[in-house]
Design a protein around this ligand. Structure first.
Ligand code: BGC
Length: 267
């Protein structure tokens, strides 16, 4: 991994597993210091921190429920204490609570919107406040700060049986673009990544069993299910100054899932 984030200070939410853990590890390998946020799996977060340290980086595990404003603030306070500030937020934490539309409880609607959309709003808001308070140190790079929101192909692809999740990700698109427009003039770069099917716990039932895996592959023109490292490499680039002119963009990393693969045979 090229050290494209040498000296950068990052917060990655939902970093004890899946895509978040992959990003935290890759950031460490790329030279960043990383606050590894977790919600409940302390041991897994500690392992990610160990991996970052083994790669020669700095990492700290911090427990926080990012759907709560005080908890988001705690992550930024930790970055201040341990690293002296923050340059990059990757707002990644998310969940699924799937149900057919008429079976979807208000509780599960709210739980998904609270974490997957409001949680991203709260952490991004805290990030912008902190970036402003720190000011722009040109020695740290051309941007004053960088925010990467975690969207999904389902910001664009409707998803029956998952209206809470798809609604949240559609919201993330609007949040990211509106925020990017609002703060770009201050040299804060806001972008999003929209992963497709990445092999993690969130979609285990769609890839673990052979029959399900075959069905899933029909939706992916590139012919393989993604790995957290596929997203992590995109995140390193988007967080680095190599992407300095990329502002308000959603980077789809999906093996072509958004290319309407069923039209290969139809239409
Ligand atoms: C979801 C996964 C799903 C993928 C592709 C992601 O956003 O979290 O469960 O496999 O989109 O449909």
């Amino acid at each position: 991994m090229p050290r494209d984030l040498e000296g950068a200070r990052a917060i990655v939410t939902g970093a004890s597993s899946g895509i978040g853990a992959g990003i935290a590890r890759a950031f460490g390998e790329a030279g960043a210091s990383v606050i590894v946020n977790y919600h409940s799996d302390e041991a897994a977060a500690a392992q990610v921190v160990d991996d970052i340290r083994a790669a020669g980086g700095q990492g700290e595990a911090v427990k926080a429920d990012v759907s709560q404003a005080e908890d988001c603030a705690r992550l930024f306070a930790a970055a201040e204490t341990h690293f002296g500030g923050v340059d990059i937020l990757v707002s990644n934490a998310g969940i699924q609570k799937d149900a057919a539309f008429t079976e979807l409880s208000l509780e599960d609607w709210r739980a998904v919107l609270d974490l997957n959309l409001t949680g991203q709003f709260l952490c991004a808001q805290e990030a912008v406040r902190r970036f402003r308070a720190q000011g722009h140190d040109a020695d740290r790079g051309p941007a004053m700060g960088k925010i990467i929101l975690m969207s999904s192909v389902h910001q664009a692809i409707p998803w029956a049986g998952h209206v809470n999740y798809a609604s949240a990700k559609g919201g993330v698109k609007a949040l990211m673009e509106s925020l990017a427009q609002e703060v770009a003039g201050e040299k804060i770069r806001v972008n999003a990544i929209a992963p497709g099917a990445i092999k993690t716990d969130i979609n285990r039932e769609a890839w673990e069993d052979e029959a399900a895996r075959k069905e899933m592959l029909k939706l992916i023109p590139y012919g393989r299910i993604g790995e957290p490292e596929d997203i992590a490499r995109a995140a390193v680039w988007l967080a680095s100054d190599a992407s300095d002119y990329v502002v308000g963009t959603t980077l789809f990393v999906d093996g072509g899932m958004t290319l309407y693969p069923s039209f290969r045979e139809g239409g």
